[in-house]
Design a protein around this ligand. Structure first.
Ligand code: FAD
Length: 398
């Protein structure tokens, strides 16, 4: 049942987390006003296809529209940015000074790509890309035509997917990564090297453990100069050095901001203020720590949890998902369930690395904490189940 005081909700950020929160509010019976403030000019696109199907040209852009957004019973304010929030009155100030009053506010402003400092990457150099929006995707796609030399800076998920897609389009691709192991934070030191091996098997050069000193070129980028003095000649550079939560508009609001909006176990940042998606750092009761997750499934599920917190308050269940993400690279599906930390034990429990089809389990203090599934999509439900049930490590055989 809708809380009697909740008649109007302002959602800031009209992408996955914002849309899923609005959908959940309606599904749970909220019949008041929902306003969605979106810095984008139109209904949202889903982001995963931007480094895969749309970038490769397999899908037309329209096919990547976020499902559910068009049908929402909500007032959209397109092309408008929130510049401030007063959590006590639930007032959101927009660019131009206009103020929106509501009984509750949803913070769903996501994350934006980190950029290289101007001393490393001159801001006016053509041919240098980041990838977050459909516009970014189409601009990069145009630059990938004709088999260019592409340097991808950063071997995280987005950099790795762009490298794989660009290779598939006939580009000559080099990935440079400052860390000695790619994807180490997500997969750990044992499994991270497999990501580099996958690239190399498909003809992508990978240079690890060397930092970028600067991008060089006359008007347009021509090379990436490395800290060891070497250079990677490149017509196109993609900067994939991670994302930062979009919280600058909340400076001075009094909300706790610590690499994201700090929330309690029910995604609440203050009374009547919730956060969801890439921007939210909430307390995960099962893991016993604050967590911020930059993956699709979390943005979707957390929207539901945030809506429940607005509608039911303390009676809403705490948000304790088993984290999940997937990535597609060179025709390989990489999935991870759970939450790994440096020092976790890792053991291949199904299949074999040599065959390129396996499950690696991650354990801590005798308990299963995560599983990496490499071309083993059908096994995701089993490992989700084991993690939810608090299975021991190593997990029981199927
Ligand atoms: P966002 O999608 O960042 O949306 C936030 C919205 O808020 C944006 O529209 C922004 O313009 C708007 N906004 C920001 N500030 C303001 C403001 N002040 N006022 C108004 N509006 C504002 N995840 C996976 O699990 N698997 C994948 O394979 C995968 N692939 C990806 C590929 C790409 C290229 C990218 C970019 C992401 C990928 N992700 C993937 C991650 C996933 O897409 C994100 O986790 C998800 O989009 C987060 O949704 P969100 O709504 O929290 O944030």
């Amino acid at each position: 049942m809708t809380a009697p005081t909740l008649r109007a909700v302002t959602i800031v950020g009209g992408s996955l987390a914002g849309v899923r929160t609005a959908e959940a509010l309606r599904r749970e019976g909220f019949d008041g006003t929902i306003r969605i403030v979106s810095a984008e000019r139109e209904l949202p696109f889903d982001r995963p296809p931007l480094s895969k199907q749309v970038l490769s040209g397999a899908w037309e852009p329209e096919r990547a529209r976020l499902r559910g957004a068009e049908e929402l019973d909500a007032e959209w304010l397109f092309g408008r940015s929130a510049t401030a929030l007063d959590p006590a009155t639930h007032t959101v100030t927009l660019d131009g000074g206009h103020r929106l009053d509501a009984d509750a506010v949803v913070i769903a402003t996501g994350a934006s790509p980190r950029r290289l400092p101007a001393s490393v990457a001159p801001p006016d150099l053509a041919g240098v890309h980041v990838l977050r929006t459909m516009d970014d995707c189409l601009a990069l796609q145009a630059d990938l035509q004709g088999g260019p030399r592409v340097a991808v800076i950063g071997a995280g998920f987005i950099g790795s997917e762009v490298a794989a897609t660009a290779k598939g389009l006939g580009a000559d691709v080099v990935v440079v990564e400052a860390l000695p192991v790619p994807l180490e934070r997500a997969l750990g030191p044992e499994m991270g090297p497999l990501a580099a091996a996958l690239h190399r098997e498909h003809g992508v050069e990978v240079r690890l453990g060397v930092a970028v000193a600067g991008l060089e070129g006359d008007g347009r980028v021509q090379r990436v100069r490395m800290a060891d003095g070497s250079a990677v000649e490149a017509d196109v550079v993609v900067v994939g050095v991670g994302v930062a939560p979009v919280t600058a508009w909340l400076d001075g609001s009094g909300l706790e901001l610590r690499d994201g909006v700090v929330c309690d176990a029910r995604c609440r940042a203050a009374p009547g203020v919730v956060a969801a998606g890439d921007v939210a750092r909430w307390y995960h009761e099962g893991i016993g720590d604050h967590l911020r997750v930059e993956h699709w499934t979390n943005a979707s599920e957390q929207g539901h949890a945030a809506a429940m917190a607005l509608l039911r308050g303390d009676d809403a269940p705490p948000y304790t998902p088993v984290p999940y993400f997937w990535s597609d690279q060179h025709g390989t599906k990489i999935q991870f369930v759970g939450h790994s930390l440096p020092g976790d034990e890792v053991a291949v429990v199904e299949g074999s690395v040599a065959d390129g089809r396996f499950v690696a389990a991650y354990g801590r203090s005798g308990r299963l904490v995560g599983a990496l599934l490499w071309n083993r999509a059908a096994r995701v439900p089993r490992f989700l189940g084991l993690l939810s049930a608090g299975a021991p490590f190593p997990p029981p055989e199927a």
